[in-house]
Design a protein around this ligand. Structure first.
Ligand code: S3P
Length: 276
């Protein structure tokens, strides 16, 4: 007897029906997982526990790898869970910090490095004002200073701050001299919380000695010169700051966690933003 050939469209529709049913289950599970994530967030916030724990993410990935039955999908399963955790972090950050996080402080205080760490932990976009100006002007900051002088750079900086302050939900890492103009701080504060990263002159020196891209300390890279400039700026930083965090002898991860804890304490309860 001749075997009846199946209609390929029919077969396709059958498989698609199965996929639709799996997706429906996935969406329901996704929603439940997100709600559980927010319950964890609320508990951690109430009991002042660290909110973003990379170690826990590693555990989740390990468990997923153990549970996967078809080794063909191992790499995809890892990617799937990495994505889910990235989305979870983004959701938590969006509810906790519905504003920009602005980092100020002297050169070498750790703004760029801590900015990167915060951006990674909170899944928030990082905007480095110096890098933004360099891209706009197609020129390094050192060249800008050398060719046009400091006043010209400060005007470009003011324009950049004005534009960037209109963005939402970003980490903004500022140049060390951004506090020299009141207008910059007023703009940054409209949409953001300002964190002053503080460091001793000795710490700053140990971090930036040998760096030739710092026009303000060009030919004068000494602890005394740093101390002098710090003294001139200290009150500007203090006045601009919503929060101050000391960065001496701390890793970028520790500083980022400290900032998150400070902002978290000041933010409203998660339940106010979300109905469980
Ligand atoms: C400056 C600091 C630099 C850069 C420029 C001027 C300053 O930024 O904006 O060289 O006045 O302190 P970093 O603090 O990121 O090095």
């Amino acid at each position: 007897m001749q075997k009846r050939r199946c209609d390929p469209l029919d077969a396709l529709n059958q498989i698609r029906k199965k996929i639709d049913a799996y997706d429906q289950e996935l969406v329901q599970l996704f929603e439940k997982r997100m709600e559980a994530v927010l319950q964890v967030l609320s508990l951690k916030k109430e009991y002042k526990m660290p909110i973003f724990q990379k170690e826990r993410e590693e555990q989740v990935l390990k468990k997923a790898a153990e549970n996967i039955q078809n080794p063909l999908f191992e790499a995809e399963a890892r990617e799937f869970f990495e994505t889910i955790m990235r989305i979870s972090r983004k959701l938590q950050a969006r509810l906790l910090f519905p504003y920009n996080i602005v980092l100020i402080g002297f050169m070498g205080a750790g703004k760029s490095a801590v900015g990167k760490e915060l951006s990674l932990l909170l899944e928030m976009e990082l905007i480095d004002i110096d890098a933004y100006i360099e891209k706009e002007m197609k020129m390094t900051i050192s060249d800008l200073f050398e060719r046009y002088g400091e006043a010209y750079f400060r005007d470009r900086e003011e324009e950049a701050v004005e534009r960037i302050s209109k963005r939402k939900n970003c980490i903004i890492s500022c140049g060390g001299g951004v506090v020299l103009r009141e207008k910059n701080i007023a703009n940054l504060k409209k949409s953001g919380k300002v964190i002053f990263l503080e460091a001793k002159a000795e710490t700053i020196y140990s971090r930036i000695q040998g760096d030739t891209t710092r026009p303000l300390l060009k030919g004068n890279m000494t602890i005394a010169a740093i101390q002098e400039k710090l003294k001139q700026r200290e009150s500007h930083y203090q006045r601009a700051a919503d929060f101050t965090v000391s960065t001496d002898h701390k890793t970028e991860r520790e500083i980022a966690q400290e900032i998150i804890a400070l902002l978290c304490e000041a933010s409203p309860a998660v339940e106010q933003n979300f109905c469980f």
